[in-house]
Design a protein around this ligand. Structure first.
Ligand SMILES: CC(C)(COP(=O)(O)OP(=O)(O)OC[C@H]1O[C@@H](n2cnc3c(N)ncnc32)[C@H](O)[C@@H]1OP(=O)(O)O)[C@@H](O)C(=O)NCCC(=O)NCCS
Length: 274
């Protein structure tokens, strides 16, 4: 194991033809730990790239679902059936791109062809990779999408949940807030000046959804039964006997996002797929 490998990073082929090349042919992009800067990765061109991570890292990928790609989609039959159920062609196309994006990226972590990845689902529908795909350590992931953006979190050995919401106006913001806030959060929310309420709502909504997605239950747990607080700061919470760290993520696009992991949150490395 090279020193770089111990610290996590991405191998990006230096040429597009280097699929069969050795790692020495490739450029290593070393991602220092604990940075929160976003790196742009020429993802669509980088065939043969391998991504790897160390135990306590979270890699967070943001993708633009409206960006044309010559190589997508790569879907299972079941995913294609789901895509065909969308009424609007734009939604179907974005679904196909999002799921291809997940397959392309995860395939590079677990060193499997993207179309060969097999997903299983928990009782609430959270997808996960079968253990030990190709003998690699278990890889955890979670996807969220909103409008034209997809956010994918990848972790080697921590359960993870993410949410992304492109900000929009609500006719009845207090009504929406009441549906997700605990009593104490609602009390603090009502004291906010109107110009702060919109941001506070989206910050809390994304953090709660990331938490419930990390737990794997989604909205089967009523968000009003969780308490993260209105001031937007990283928190550690207990849910169903498990401990999660939850925090907002600053993205370079006009959307709110958040991540939750089971256990401690150490370093987040952000990548923007170009
Ligand atoms: C998980 C949930 C919160 C997602 O909400 P959303 O805002 O519509 O969607 P997001 O963009 O944040 O995330 C969607 C992705 O989360 C993942 N996901 C699905 N169920 C999940 C769960 N229980 N926990 C974590 N992640 C889940 C999937 O990858 C999904 O992508 P897909 O719909 O394209 O397959 C919501 O669907 C939910 O509460 N589901 C659980 C309860 C339920 O209705 N289950 C029915 C199926 S058994």
């Amino acid at each position: 194991m090279t020193p770089q490998r111990e610290r996590g990073g991405l191998f990006i082929p230096s040429t597009h033809e280097s699929l069969s090349g050795t790692k020495r042919d490739r450029d290593l992009i070393y991602i220092p730990r604990r940075t929160k800067e976003t790196r742009e990765i020429g993802f669509h061109d980088a065939q043969g790239a391998e991504y790897f991570m160390i135990a306590d890292e979270i890699h967070l990928w943001i993708g633009d679902l409206d960006q044309p790609s010559p190589r997508l989609p790569i879907l299972s039959q079941k995913e294609e059936v789901r895509a065909q159920q969308f009424l609007k062609p734009q939604d179907a196309r974005r679904f196909r791109v999002a799921h291809s994006f997940v397959r392309e990226i995860l395939g590079r972590y677990v060193k499997q062809p993207p179309d060969k990845l097999e997903f299983e689902f928990n009782a609430a529908g959270k997808p996960f990779l079968q253990e030990e795909v190709g003998g690699a350590p278990r890889t955890f992931f979670n996807l969220a999408h909103s409008d034209r953006y997809a956010l994918l979190a990848v972790s080697r050995d921590q359960e993870v949940g993410v949410d992304i919401e492109v900000e929009r106006e609500f006719v009845d913001l207090p009504g929406m807030a009441r549906q997700i806030m605990s009593c104490a959060e609602w009390t603090s929310f009502r004291c906010l000046p109107p110009e702060a309420a919109h941001d506070a709502f989206f910050d809390l909504w994304t953090r709660k959804e990331a938490l419930l997605k990390a737990a794997g239950t989604g909205l089967l747990i009523d968000p009003r039964e969780t308490h993260l607080g209105i001031p937007n700061k990283p928190v550690t919470v207990r849910l169903q006997g498990r401990t999660f760290c939850v925090e907002s993520v600053l993205l370079s696009v006009r959307a709110k996002a958040a991540i939750a992991v089971e256990g401690e949150l150490h370093g987040i490395h952000m990548f923007k797929a170009r």
